[in-house]
Write a new protein. Structure first.
Length: 206
């Protein structure tokens, strides 16, 4: 009987320990599941944050790329404008130099005409007429050259461009192109070349 009682007590104690162990196991399992759930949530949160950060960085990179391309276009446009202004300035300088040279040539011709006053009246009159025609023709050639330069500037033409008479008419008074008083024929030529007259000696000073 004592042995049986000891056995019962031992079995009862073992069952209680077993039940306690089961309770602890269930608690541990619950804690493990909770920990696993928190870990999964943390992983999802980290992935979402990482994806959002990657999306933001891609958007910023795209914005910077577009801004850089825009700045390149603006720089290219400014460079073209500078080149155009430089060409216009060079053309204006050349025109001013030509005008100065023409003025000096006219002064020299005037002095030569004054020196010829001692000649016979017929020769003096003929020389004066020729000089007047030459000066008038040079003035006409100068007007044609200025009209060409204005046409080239307003229409962005290069030195190789060849204007027509119709192109230049708006730049003359009453839209009438001048003619040589001595009967010469004018050739307009390209923008980079001065106009010429068919009469020998009727040329713009270099």
């Amino acid at each position: 009987m004592v042995a049986l009682l000891v056995t019962e007590v031992f079995l009862f104690s073992a069952n209680r320990q077993k039940d306690a162990a089961r309770v602890q196991l269930r608690a541990a399992t619950t804690e493990l599941e909770q920990a696993q759930s928190q870990l999964d949530q943390l992983k999802k949160s980290s992935v979402a944050t990482l994806n959002a950060e990657n999306a933001r960085l891609r958007a910023e990179n795209q914005g910077l790329t577009q801004k850089f391309a825009k700045l390149q276009d603006e720089d290219r446009l400014l460079h073209q404008q500078v080149q155009k202004l430089t060409q216009q300035l060079e053309t204006a300088r050349n025109t001013a130099q030509q005008q100065q040279q023409q003025l000096a040539q006219m002064q020299e011709e005037s002095q030569q005409a004054s020196q010829q006053t001692s000649a016979t009246p017929e020769a003096t009159a003929e020389s004066a007429t020729a000089t007047a025609q030459l000066n008038a023709c040079i003035s006409n050639l100068r007007q044609i050259e200025l009209a060409k330069q204005q046409w080239a500037l307003e229409n962005d033409k290069t030195a190789a461009a060849l204007p027509t008479v119709q192109d230049l008419l708006p730049y003359f008074p009453d839209e009438v192109i001048p003619v040589c008083p001595a009967g010469g024929i004018y050739t307009i030529n390209a923008v980079g070349q001065p106009p010429t007259c068919s009469i020998s000696g009727h040329v713009l000073p270099p």
